[in-house]
Design a protein around this ligand. Structure first.
Ligand code: ZN
Length: 144
């Protein structure tokens, strides 16, 4: 094993520990130069994706320690996207206008409930829950 200064496709260089046969290391270096972004560009891309989801849904700031809020934002963005995907996938292809209105009202109620979850800890507690599960639990809660 050895440390390499890897040149990434984004043009940045970052130090990385590479393991295994020399061929594999060379292959990794060639691949990174051709098609991978460096860790800080990848992080910036992930931060941007979170900001995009927050803007799209007009999500409020999360409460908690700075560390919890940062982590909670990552999880919330992922789960909100998962809930949207689940709902879209389960939206019946054919509905009467009345059914469509009801579906959209229920969807909206679920999203409003989730938008109101502003404690970072609430999202962190659900980090392993799939979007489907969060959607179903929120739906059940709106029916109470
Ligand atoms: Zn970079």
């Amino acid at each position: 094993m050895a440390k390499y200064n890897v040149t990434y496709a984004c043009g940045h260089v970052a130090e990385k520990q590479l393991y295994g046969p020399m061929d594999d290391r060379q292959r990794y270096l060639a691949w990174a130069a051709r098609s991978a972004n460096c860790p800080s560009c990848r992080q910036a891309g992930a931060d941007q994706a979170i900001s995009d989801i927050e803007a799209e849904h007009e999500l409020p700031a999360l409460t908690g320690s700075e560390k919890q809020a940062k982590w909670g934002r990552e999880i919330r963005a992922e789960k909100i996207a998962g809930v949207v995907e689940f709902v879209q996938k389960n939206r019946p292809a054919t509905m009467t206008d009345e059914q469509a209105t009801k579906f959209d009202q229920q969807y909206s109620a679920v999203m409003q409930l989730l938008y109101g979850r502003t404690e970072a800890g609430w999202w962190i507690d659900r980090r392993s829950a799939p979007g489907q599960e969060i959607a179903k639990a929120a739906f059940a809660e709106t029916r109470r």
